[in-house]
Design a protein around this ligand. Sequence first.
Ligand SMILES: [Zn+2]
Length: 329
Amino acid sequence: MTALKVLYIGGTGRTGSTMVDQLLGQFPDYFSGGEMAFFWSRGIGAGAICACGAPVRDCPVWHHAIASVTDDPDGLAARLVARRQRFRWPHVFAMWWPGFSGRRLREIAELPTTAEALYRDVATTQDSEVFIDSSKEPHYSYILREGSELDLRFLHLVRDPRAVGRSWQRRRAEAGLTTGEMMEQRSSPVASAYYLFSNIVSEIFWRSRTDRYAFLRYEDFVADPARILIAIGEFAGAPIDPSTVLDGASFEIGELHTSWGNPSRVGRTSITIRQDDAWRTELSRRDMVLLTALNLPLLLHYGYPIRPSGRRRTRLRSSRLRRADLGQR
Ligand SMILES: [Zn+2]
């Protein structure tokens, strides 16, 4: 059995990943699964709505996939949510303790093996070559990589941390749930801590796997989506012809079964890709200074200007990392 290709969109939240995911999901070889790290907690446990409009457990695609791994979805969900609690972000710091990772991975082995079976069933019924998991969390990608036979490719998606910080301030309803819940909001210091942690850990986990790691700035994607799509297709292992989906900078959203993620995954029919620079005027002076100062190491590392009106530059990096940079190819 050949390993199923999984394009893992990794890094941190609010980087435009939902749109990239929705666009990729329009190509017949690609299936947009959503943030699969939350499949059992949100998709099943909290009764989330699939992008097709049905509750995840009733959606024909997911219903079939769930039935292929269990006849007791609630029991399995409770067990896997508990397993996931055993390897969350604080545990990343314990990984340098000898023996910790191996022991923990053995304890939670059911999590990645179930994920693999679930992704496989979907890829088979939907006749897809690449399963897109947009979980972002680097530690979940590590669990999948070490605990399954999936052929994981990590697309490290980043965005200017000030745009990310502004997005965390917005108050929006959690459209994927029927509970009236609001999306999480984060202050600039908390958003920065999350940004630094997720991006640094992404590089630590993946930088040595040069053929399985690609770097992409959201801003480079927006500047030339067709070129980047071709590069993503080469990286993910299933060629993409942008002209079949993209009409200039716009695309129609066909049937999708994204199980969990940003609420914008539900209910949209078309999208126009454009730079969203509203953060430059919307951020308060205090937040602009905080987000710039706290994220300074990565701001420079990723080639973002210190002054918000400045120009992005090519990352000055080793040739190895430049090759991984989809924006610079
Ligand atoms: Zn669905």
